[in-house]
Design a protein around this ligand. Structure first.
Ligand code: FAD
Length: 445
């Protein structure tokens, strides 16, 4: 018998429970990827990475990956029919769009007498698995992370033995540029190098965008080139397993799982405030400041460096994501979904759970204890986390003539604006007061 494995956020060969399951259920396995117009025609950096990852996967599958374009319920049903498969195997999808889509596909397959078999998820602990003792969902990270560690996860899934591919026509993978680091093998090499070089020091270095020493695993995790279970097993087996770095890194992976869990329980929180407390908040709809922020032309060096890194690389350091997001929400008074949309359009790792809840964390409308009245100062944050100004000079050429931390304060130097860097578009102190005034008014209702 033939089984189909329909791949989505699991573009890898190793540690792939759905593939292992498909191989056990059939003599041959047909690997299918559907180019869903809803997902493929959106953001360029994500599409480029996806296509590069598909090319790598196709190589690993001896050129047998079948790629078809169309609505998933039609394509999956048609392919299953063509090859006579009874079962279509997937890793369960947990985002609001993915869950609705999979339900449509399941119904369609069942109408034809076939089944959709879900094994595993893109997470170590599947979203929706953990609940508080009273049966409700966690809303706060720390208790969730305790429950997550206590629950634990299985070790990596074994490679299926004697895996043989079935054949079907493929439309082929659309052309796209080479993408550095895309694909399971590249991600794996980067990961192993990072483990040896940086795991132990992660705790001390992770907040420093100038050092660029975080793992850059967000895109591999997004496409499932590596599974978090693999990363956790590698950490446990590493000589630095007991270091503070290993503990902190595991917590970061847990943040990813936490946000996926929150989204699973509250699908509407993808684009609406999770907590209604600030629903009467007034926001600005001004286009000009929004565009200045998007282009990295706000006149605040740390904000502009981050926004330009995003446009250039499709990635931004976590600390700078927080600084730039805070600036949009608290200095420009723009509602967080505007920023979340821009990030998703440009991030290679763009992920609705981590991104939109990361934004809500900054805005004070989401989970957890980030107090709404904490307003980041973009200048002191810059000096603290980019102490020598290296990160700013890397991304803002108009400030390269300023040595050391002077790059964070062009206004304090005679030649500060000599190379065309823009003046500040707002007065941070005044906007901070304005933000606090708005938050107070919203809280009073
Ligand atoms: P590392 O520091 O090496 O962390 C390891 C892994 O832990 C990351 O790959 C990621 O999977 C996870 N992780 C780390 N920090 C967080 C966090 N705060 N929340 C959730 N997971 C985390 N991450 C995304 O993957 N996609 C997004 O679209 C995204 N948008 C964000 C938007 C905002 C406003 C903020 C504040 C954060 C966002 N993050 C997002 C989280 C974080 O910034 C990135 O995961 C991280 O910068 C990726 O770089 P890295 O892999 O080198 O991180």
């Amino acid at each position: 018998a033939v089984t189909v494995v329909w791949l989505r956020r699991d573009l890898r060969m190793r540690d792939h429970p759905a593939l292992t399951e498909a191989a056990h259920a059939g003599d041959t396995v047909l690997p299918l990827f559907v180019l869903d117009p809803q997902l493929i025609d959106v953001a360029t950096p994500r599409r480029d990475h996806l296509l590069a990852s598909l090319r790598a996967l196709d190589d690993a599958m001896d050129g047998r990956l079948v790629v078809r374009r169309g609505r998933p319920e039609e394509v999956v049903a048609a392919v299953a029919e063509e090859v006579g498969a009874e079962g279509v195997h997937v890793s369960a999808e947990t985002t609001p769009y993915g869950r609705r889509r999979d339900e449509r596909v399941r119904q369609r397959l069942e109408r034809d007498g076939r089944s959709l078999v879900a094994t595993g998820t893109p997470y170590a602990v599947g979203p929706g698995t953990l609940t508080k003792p009273d049966g409700t969902a966690y809303q706060v990270f720390t208790p969730f992370s305790k429950a997550w560690r206590t629950h634990g996860w299985p070790g990596p899934a074994p490679m299926p033995r004697g895996l043989r591919w079935a054949r079907a026509d493929s439309e082929g993978i659309p052309d796209g540029p080479e993408v550095d680091g895309a694909g399971e093998e590249s991600a794996r090499r980067r990961w192993k190098r990072w483990l040896d070089d940086h795991l132990g020091g992660y705790d001390g270095e992770r907040d420093r965008p100038d050092l660029d020493s975080t793992s850059r695993m967000s895109a591999p995790l997004k496409y499932g080139e590596l599974h978090p279970r693999t990363l956790l097993a590698d950490i446990a087996a590493h000589e630095g397993a007991r270091s503070k770095g290993a503990k902190t890194y595991t917590d970061e992976l847990c943040w990813r799982e936490f946000y996926a869990d929150v989204l699973w329980h509250h699908p509407e929180s993808a684009w609406h405030d999770l907590k209604p407390a600030l629903s009467s908040m007034t926001y600005s709809r001004a286009r000009k400041p929004l565009e200045a922020w998007q282009r990295g032309q706000t006149g605040f060096p740390m904000v502009d460096a981050g926004m330009r890194q995003l446009l250039a690389e499709g990635w931004m350091h976590n600390r700078v994501r927080m600084i730039t997001a805070s600036f949009l929400v608290k200095d420009l008074h723009i509602w967080w979904p505007e920023g979340a949309r821009h990030f998703l359009a440009h991030l290679r790792d763009g992920d609705v759970a981590s991104n939109n809840h990361g934004w809500q964390w900054v805005a004070g409308t989401g989970t957890d204890a980030a107090p709404y009245f904490r307003v980041f100062n973009p200048v002191t944050q810059g000096m603290k986390f980019d102490p020598d100004g290296d990160y700013v000079r890397r991304w803002v050429p108009e400030l390269r003539h300023l040595a050391g931390r002077a790059a964070h304060e062009p206004w304090a130097h005679d030649e500060g604006y000599a190379h065309g860097y823009p003046e500040r578009i707002v007065d941070h102190k005044a906007e901070r007061e304005e933000a606090l005034r708005r938050y107070e008014a919203a809280r009073r209702g």
